[in-house]
Write a protein of this length. Structure first.
Ligand SMILES: NC(=O)C1=CN([C@@H]2O[C@H](COP(=O)(O)OP(=O)(O)OC[C@H]3O[C@@H](n4cnc5c(N)ncnc54)[C@H](OP(=O)(O)O)[C@@H]3O)[C@@H](O)[C@H]2O)C=CC1
Ligand SMILES: CC(C)(CO)C(=O)C(=O)O
Length: 300
């Protein structure tokens, strides 16, 4: 559900391994996929993969497993569209960033949703054309039939680990997004250049500390060294612009309300100050409202 960068990558890999996959997406992608198959381009190979595609949420009707891959802004709408069509036995996994998509979707569907941490870099390069830039492994919360899904993924070359710590891992990812996404969007800079600007590391340090305080108040143990992870992104993804930067460039709503915006809401609930997150959130929202207008440069 949500045939974009994530949905097309995982759907494409599973279909390529012989699994019966239906992609549910927007008309331009669906038409291209119906006519020519899904074009899946990786660093090593490019293939056209024949699979089913539809714009109608009733495409979930016969699914044993639904991979829910829309942006956090679309969780409720897309969930409500597929709810009447889901089989009672279907397992729904949320393959989304942000820490509350699974419970939000579960509330709409009236059934459990399994959260997954998605470690992939992919993007849509055109209608029905997904480009894979690297990685692809999933970490999922445990559930009764997980073994069948893990086996299907293994056959497709997708590594899946089961962990009780998915919430902590989602928070670790959220903190990276809080540190980079808005700053990259507001400066329109890729990460390596961004961190060279005066004062940027200090701002990111403030954001990280605010996020960790909120996570602690939420009772979430964030695994690993978050500051080392933030520093590492500037090297490992040196030339990348954040998804928020790319959303703003194409005039698409960003996930900022579910990144820094989420931290602000939870901080308010705990009476914690988060001024750095608040400022970045407000500035991105101002940009989304057209103040100042975005430059017309196209996304790389
Ligand atoms: N891309 C990446 O490398 C990674 C992304 N993520 C996360 O994964 C999630 C998905 O991201 P990504 O795949 O990049 O996003 P995309 O925007 O590429 O894909 C989502 C697709 O779903 C479509 N869609 C939304 N609502 C519906 C609906 N009701 N019916 C049919 N189609 C719908 C969107 O259309 P439209 O645009 O017209 O709304 C879009 O084509 C996000 O939470 C993201 O943060 C996590 C790790 C890596
Ligand atoms: C990890 C990061 C920051 C990479 O760009 C990302 O998830 C995003 O842009 O949303």
């Amino acid at each position: 559900m949500g045939a974009g960068a994530v949905g097309c990558y995982y759907g494409g890999m599973l279909a390529r391994a012989g699994h019966d996959v239906t992609l549910i997406g927007r008309p331009a992608h669906v038409q291209a996929i119906q006519q020519q198959g899904l074009r899946l381009q990786t660093r090593d190979w490019t293939e056209r993969i024949a699979l089913q595609a539809t714009t109608d949420a009733n495409g979930v009707a016969s699914a044993d497993v639904v991979l829910f891959c829309v942006k956090s802004t679309d969780t409720e709408t897309a969930g409500a569209q597929m709810r009447p069509h889901l089989s009672p036995q279907a397992t729904v996994l949320s393959l989304q960033n942000g820490v509350d998509n699974a419970p939000r979707l579960a509330a709409v569907l009236g059934r459990p949703v399994i959260p997954a941490v998605v470690y992939v870099a992919s993007g849509m390069a055109g209608p029905g054309h997904v480009q894979h830039h690297g990685r692809g492994e999933l970490v999922i919360s445990p559930y009764p039939d997980a073994d069948a899904f893990i086996a299907a993924c293994a056959q497709a070359g997708i590594g899946v680990t089961v962990s009780e710590e998915v919430q902590g891992a989602l928070w670790a990812k959220l903190i990276i997004n809080c540190a980079y996404n808005a700053l990259s969007a507001l400066t329109q800079l890729p990460y390596a250049r961004l961190v060279q600007l005066e004062g940027m590391w200090a701002v990111m340090r403030d954001i990280e500390r605010e996020c960790l305080a909120v996570a602690a108040a939420e009772g979430v143990a964030v695994p690993g060294d978050t500051w080392a992870a933030i520093e590492g992104i500037a090297q490992s993804m040196a030339t990348q612009l954040s998804s928020t930067a790319r959303d703003l460039m194409r005039g698409h709503p960003s996930e900022i309300d579910h990144i820094n915006g989420y931290v602000i809401r939870r901080a308010e609930a705990h009476g914690l100050p988060v001024p750095a997150n608040r400022l970045l959130h407000a500035l991105v929202r101002a940009r989304e409202a057209g103040h100042p207008p975005m430059p017309t440069a196209s996304a790389p």
